[in-house]
Design a protein around this ligand. Structure first.
Ligand code: DUC
Ligand code: ZN
Ligand code: ZN
Length: 472
């Protein structure tokens, strides 16, 4: 199928230009001045489909490099499958996800990856890749890291939190970082001091503090900043590149900023929940309502002014990417596991469908530029995780993953009935966006058009990733 997208404004980190985009099959084949012909041919009459994007932005499809479909957590599983989660992502203008395959202590890393392939294969609506969680660092898993790099899994997530579950101690972290330093892969870090947090949690529960808001109060910013600093120092010691996930505390990002200023290979992401939601307004809602917003790192106190600082760090590139950490749980029977004990509430918020809209709102609000929106949500994720220039850019030869975004449209994202994630509630109640995802194209196939879903399960393909471009 050939598709001509005409009269749109094509956005990249370098700028926005009025241009027509020609797609042939799964790839972009030409970007031309509006109305220009190619090789003497009249493209408009030759294209099988012409989409008029007048007044709209034409952007590379969103890349969400941090999702957890079907993650086992706290005795249950994240409620989106690869089928429901990738479909919801497509609805929201995200055309690639990178999900986390899980290895638990005592199991083989290769088996964890194989299990994730089995969950995803034939079920995805959009393209997908994997990072690998290494939950049990030992000699076998260190060897497996080398093997996985050759299979296109070029980043490994370690946890300084969740002792007894995903946790690695400093010696294990050091060894995994030495391995990454040697094989060129990226270490992704959940940076929270889990040992200290477990003590604070036990003390709070002993004092009868069981409400959801204590989830945040027992994970204070110091536990994030301390772990961030420790991870950076261990990365520095080993020469491993480091990417800190879901940063929420301004003090932790200040530590990252210092290391970046020294020229070290360290990067960080934040997520929409930390830019918009808070301890006071969400996690502290009456009764058990706040459980909807239990995630880790936690939502922080508005009074501490983290949100403005996180937006600033996004502008200054101290934070490089906005991912979602999409990890949805239903309220009924899943979040409810923690009634009477906040530490038993499964951690996670569902946002994979809303990231493009929520961060576009930052453009509307004057917090970031249009070009930075595309850079944070598509181009940098592609470059950071070895997908560029196949993904993350509108250029001849790149996959035709394209979103046509209407800046004069409107999107009510907080209505439980209208989202497509497999959840019985929305964490984004009362969020209305000045903008709208009109058309979504995944590898040359129109999957969303004018509020209609046209995609199919099984269209999404596994992406074998290369090494990060930021390390060369
Ligand atoms: N944080 C979450 O909120 N959910 C899943 C795992 C994590 O680190
Ligand atoms: Zn995490
Ligand atoms: Zn996560």
């Amino acid at each position: 199928m050939t598709i001509l997208i005409k009269n749109g404004n094509v956005v990249s980190p370098q700028g926005t230009i009025a241009a027509d985009v020609l797609i042939d099959g799964e790839r972009i084949v030409a970007i031309m001045a509006p109305g220009e012909t190619r090789l003497g041919s009249n493209l408009e009459s030759e294209a099988e489909r012409v989409i008029d994007a007048s007044g709209k932005y034409v952007i590379p499809g969103g890349i969400d490099p941090h999702t957890h479909m079907e993650l086992p957590f706290g005795g249950t599983f994240a409620s989106d499958t690869f089928e429901t989660g990738t479909r919801a992502a497509a609805w929201g203008g995200t055309t690639t996800i990178i999900d986390f395959a899980v290895q638990v202590q005592g199991a083989r890393v290769q088996d964890g990856l194989a299990a994730w392939h089995a969950k995803a294969a034939g079920n995805c609506h959009i393209d997908y890749g994997f990072h690998q969680i290494v939950g049990g660092v030992d000699d076998d898993s260190l060897k497996a890291m080398d093997e996985l790099v050759n299979e296109g899994v070029t980043s490994f997530k370690l946890f300084m939190a969740y002792p007894g579950v995903f946790y690695s101690d400093d010696g294990q972290i050091l060894k995994a970082m030495q391995t990454a330093s040697a094989n060129g892969s990226m270490i992704m870090m959940h940076a929270e001091n889990g040992m200290a947090i477990d003590v604070l949690v036990a003390q709070a529960l002993a004092e009868g503090k069981t409400d959801p808001r204590y989830h945040s109060l027992t994970r204070p910013w110091e536990t994030e900043a301390e772990a961030t600093n420790r991870a950076i120092m261990l990365a520095r010691l080993t020469g491993a590149p480091l990417y800190i996930v879901h940063m929420s505390a301004k003090q932790a990002v200040a530590v990252l900023q210092g290391a970046k200023d020294e020229g070290w290979n360290v990067f960080g992401e934040t997520c929409p929940q930390y830019l918009y939601l808070s301890l006071e307004d969400h996690l502290s809602q009456p009764g058990f309502e706040g459980a909807k917003w239990v995630c880790s790192t936690p939502l922080r106190a508005k009074a501490e002014h983290h949100q403005d600082e996180l937006w600033r760090y996004l502008r200054t590139n101290d934070l490089s990417i906005v991912s979602t950490d999409h990890c949805p749980f239903c309220f009924k029977e899943q979040k409810e596991l923690g009634v009477g004990n906040f530490s038993k509430i499964p951690n996670g918020i569902g946002s994979v469908e809303h990231r493009m809209d929520l961060i576009y709102q930052g453009v509307v609000d004057g917090r970031i530029t249009l070009e930075r929106w595309v850079e944070l949500c598509s181009t940098t994720p592609a470059r950071m995780f070895g997908l560029y220039p196949q993904k993350g850019v509108i250029a001849p030869g790149s996959d035709a993953d394209i979103v046509i975004y209407d800046p004069s449209g409107r999107t009510e994202i907080g209505l439980n009935k209208t989202h497509h994630m497999n959840m019985d509630h929305s964490a984004w109640k009362n969020f209305d966006i000045d903008g709208h995802v009109d058309t979504v194209i995944s590898r040359g196939t129109v999957v969303v058009d004018d509020n209609e879903y046209l995609g199919t399960k099984g269209h999404g393909r596994y992406l074998r990733r290369g090494l990060s471009q930021y390390l060369i």
